[in-house]
Design a protein around this ligand. Sequence first.
Ligand code: ADP
Length: 408
Amino acid sequence: MNILVLNSGSSSQKAAVYNAADSLGDDPQEPAWQGKIEWEGMHAQIDVRNEADTRLSEQVSAGSRQEATAQLLDSIWRGAAAILRGPSEIAIAGHRVVNGGREFREPAVITPEVKAAIERMAVLAPLHNRAELDGIEMVARKCGAVPQVAVFDTAFHARMPDAAAIYPGPYEWAEQGIRRFGFHGINHEYCAQRAARMLGKDLASLRLITCHLGNGCSLAAIRDGHSVDTTMGFTPVEGLMMGTRSGSVDPGILTHLMRRKNLSGEQIDETLNKKSGLLGISGLSGDMREIVAAMKQGNARARLAFEIFAHRLRSGIGAMAAVLGGVDALIFSAGIGENSAEVRARACETLDFLGVRLDATKNVRPALDADISGDGSPVRVLVIRAQEDWAIARECWRLTAKSRSRAI
Ligand code: ADP
């Protein structure tokens, strides 16, 4: 059975095909095919790779998002990297949907009603939910009546207690649906389940802090297998410092800028999302690799960017530990979390009082997934590779398993 996964970003589109013979087990598997489009200015870069390691790389004029996505999907069944005879060999398609609001606590088979709900939520995540709806249309056009499933980035946080989820503004905000949703839930949940298996413990017995540190960054405090707090909120701008997003800043700064500099809502949005974070402080890049390299060459603003990032990460971990009342494992994941020994070391430097001790040698080059805690560290420190696409494929498989068994 072939499962197609679409993962739409604001400036990228990823896709993967997983082959599930009988079942998708607990351990992640490599996709049979994977592809990615990245839009940069006037161009779209398409990269495709299949399980035989045949790779295709093509730059096309940016055109419409749909055209490029259609071209990407066609390469699953056409050309040198094709792995299927045609779109009819796709059995299910799964989509990462960034904002499911309060309506979705679980993945959902896409029906006209579910699509309408995703559309309503697009007001909150316009760049994402629109791209995801386009992806759903595209699959319907290419693959006909194939069942499609939406897996929501917010669902894992949907049971957060009100004390963590409701902003202390006027109560009307909560009534209007302005509350903390949290994001990156697909990976936070996957990391929690994976950590429990790595530690040989029951997930329900663990207090975990998961650090998703990619271009976007967020933490989750997980108890009994549920998110009880997280750093992102109503939008993905809240919380930690990120590549180009500020994370939390005093809202008074924004009203000051609106009054004194006549900044519009759009301009503030652009500043907080695209011109802040590592990029905003360093003036160089939102990419942690470039920040660390420049810092090592003595660039003072790159050092400052790194120091702010580490400081906010540590204080966020401390806050999550306080919410949980202690920690059994601290988990690093996504691009920075998996690859930056500097960030992990710096984040853990002051956490000895919580029982967090790193093994310096294991931290430098962990073979993923890995336990990098020092001997006798009361808190286990794990590095877990983000496997969002596989986690989505697994949800698709699970959600449709019942109807398959009824059909048999
Ligand atoms: P996305 O959130 O877009 O999926 P990723 O999870 O790929 O992003 O993370 C991107 C971030 O990971 C970038 O800041 C990049 O610099 C960082 N990263 C990737 N490799 C390394 C590395 N070897 N060292 C430090 N940072 C890295």
